[in-house]
Design a protein. Structure first.
Length: 413
């Protein structure tokens, strides 16, 4: 159902920010998302949590103890995708509502983040896993599963500000949605061709020019990116993402970063700094400032490193930025801190070359081989060959509900 999907994905986003450096396995990540997916709004303003997702009822019926135990000791999709959603929801519900299991979920998370394996953490928090599975089965077969009602008086809703779209934004909203979801070469070309004449009709509309800058960036038309970014900045000097697209276009226009001379790097940094003067907490610009040194083959100065960490603090859910921050920590010899940053990424239930790379770095750190960890971090992984190049952190859209398969360098070859 669309609402359940929305709540599921938004829960991933919330936890990726609220628990940005806490590692938990796939069953819990998906279990929490499914737990909130069935949230119910009542007419009196209250909310209900704990309802069984109606679309999981069939698969819940066939869960077995063996599947549950396997799920507790596997952190990927290897034992089947459905088990992590269905079984994950049931485990999360059980550990939330069963009185005899009160506090065990937090014990499990603490044990896992203290360095215990999945199996060790399960035994520490839940005791005998065979009995745990049997208890869970009885819980599921009970007459009814509990839920909790949160009264409206307990819900604090902040101010909500809305505004109508400008004419240019309205005309380009379809292209914006398609572009921001990530596109392949064929679709990117189609979007670029369709949005270019529209953007030409709205030269003074910052929103329309931002959409065109993105569409042009996705097809490598960097001259158009710079021109659109300049028009967007002229219309709205506070639009940080426009400065980011301009700086990225200047960085990507040559065949390689090695072809950019010192004077151009200085000009790129001027663009970035101009954007930061208008929007100091723009994570994309903070990260680009750091990269303007790293990609130039210069050791980033302390200010650039601070800006990288600041960017990560603002957008911890953005996988390439997490990898970049961990890499810098490894460069500085801070293996434990790098490990802490990478473990949430390494535990992702959705396998990709990015998660595999994070896991390999963590394994090397655990083995006491920081040199190998740094070598893996510096290598160009297969992820830069995967999917569309979509690693711009746009504050107008959630940048990464899930792990994005891109290299720290932004996929630049």
């Amino acid at each position: 159902p669309p609402q359940a999907t929305l709540f599921h994905e938004y829960t991933h986003h919330i936890y990726s920010v609220a628990w940005s450096n806490i590692a938990f396995p796939g069953w819990l990540g998906e279990g929490l998302a499914e737990f909130h997916a069935s949230a119910e709004f009542r007419k009196d303003g209250s909310m209900v949590f704990g309802r069984e997702p109606s679309y999981r009822t069939g698969s819940l019926r066939y869960l077995t103890n063996d599947q549950i135990r396997a799920m507790l000791t596997n952190d990927t999709e290897e034992s089947g995708v459905a088990i992590y959603y269905t079984g994950g929801w049931l485990l999360t519900h059980y550990l939330t509502f069963a009185p005899e299991r009160e506090g065990q979920l937090m014990q499990y998370i603490v044990a896992l983040n203290s360095g215990q394996s999945l199996e060790e953490a399960a035994r520490t928090a839940f005791g005998d896993t065979q009995r745990f599975g049997s208890d869970l089965t009885r819980y599921r077969r009970g007459t009814s599963l509990p839920a909790v009602v949160v009264p409206a008086s307990d819900l604090e809703i902040g101010d909500i500000t809305i505004r109508p779209l400008t004419s240019g934004e309205l005309a380009t909203i379809g292209a914006a949605i398609r572009s921001q979801s990530g596109v392949g070469a064929e679709e990117a070309a189609s979007i670029y061709a369709s949005v270019k004449p529209i953007a030409e009709s709205y030269p003074d509309d910052a929103g329309a020019q931002r959409v065109f800058a993105e569409a042009a960036y996705d097809v490598g038309e960097y001259g158009d990116v710079i021109a659109a970014a300049d028009r967007a900045i002229a219309a709205d000097p506070t639009m940080g993402i426009a400065y980011a697209y301009k700086a990225r276009a200047m960085m990507n226009a040559p065949d390689s970063y090695a072809d950019i001379d010192d004077a151009t790097w200085i000009e790129i940094r001027r663009v970035i700094i101009a954007g930061l003067n208008k929007e100091p907490k723009n994570a994309e610009l903070l990260w680009l400032y750091y990269r303007s040194f790293a990609e130039a083959g210069i050791a980033p100065p302390p200010l650039a490193v601070r800006r990288l960490y600041q960017a990560f603090g603002i957008q911890p859910q953005f996988a390439p930025m997490r990898l970049a921050a961990a890499h810098q920590l490894l460069v500085d010899g801070n293996g434990d801190e790098a490990r802490a940053l990478l473990r949430p990424l390494a535990f992702s239930v959705h396998r990709s070359s990015t998660t595999d790379r994070a896991r390999a770095i963590v394994d090397a750190i655990d083995a006491g081989d920081l040199a190998k960890a740094l070598q893996i971090s510096e290598s160009k992984g297969d992820e830069e060959e995967e999917g569309p190049k979509k690693d711009v952190v746009d504050p107008q859209v959630d940048p990464a509900l899930h792990v994005l398969p891109h290299d720290v360098s932004g996929g630049r070859r």
